[in-house]
Design a protein around this ligand. Structure first.
Ligand SMILES: [Mg+2]
Length: 145
């Protein structure tokens, strides 16, 4: 699958720390045959990818559309349609299908959301859906939090 990760508060904290297990989960997803992409509403975040040495796992770095999600992909140079996205912003998660992730703000060695993400992706890849409360099927209504 084409799996897209948001940057701010998804893999990167306000304090510029990388979320625990990010690199390990990226490695595992690639090993399992998925393609991992990074995108951000703040533009192409190559500096984050390079700083944390994520290049070996990442197939592309793009600017994320903030509205009119599907129609804007081509204009932003996104060459594939995301199959599964991970974002702390629920609206885009519900549009493409994927998982809302609890926002990550400050370094927290006990944070286990990336492992949680991997479990949900695995379940989705195997069955086409997930029972997880943070999973959003493609095209579902925006959840209220
Ligand atoms: Mg975010």
């Amino acid at each position: 699958m084409n799996i897209f990760f948001d940057v701010d508060y998804t893999i990167l904290g306000l304090d510029n720390s990388l979320r625990p297990d990010t690199r390990e989960v990226f490695q595992r997803l690639v090993d399992e045959g998925h393609l991992v992409y990074i995108w951000s509403g703040q533009g192409e975040r190559w500096e984050v990818v390079r700083k944390f040495e994520l290049e070996p796992f990442v197939s592309g770095v793009y600017e994320k559309p903030l509205s009119d999600f599907f129609n804007r992909l081509e204009g932003l140079g996104v060459p594939v349609v995301p199959d599964f996205i991970i974002d702390d912003y629920p609206e885009i998660t519900a549009a493409f299908g994927g998982m809302w992730i609890r926002p990550y703000f400050f370094r927290n060695d006990h944070d286990q959301e990336m492992e949680h993400v991997h479990r949900v992706i695995t379940e989705f890849a195997d069955t086409g859906t997930s029972d997880d409360r943070q999973y959003r099927a493609k095209g579902t209504k925006v959840p209220l939090f």
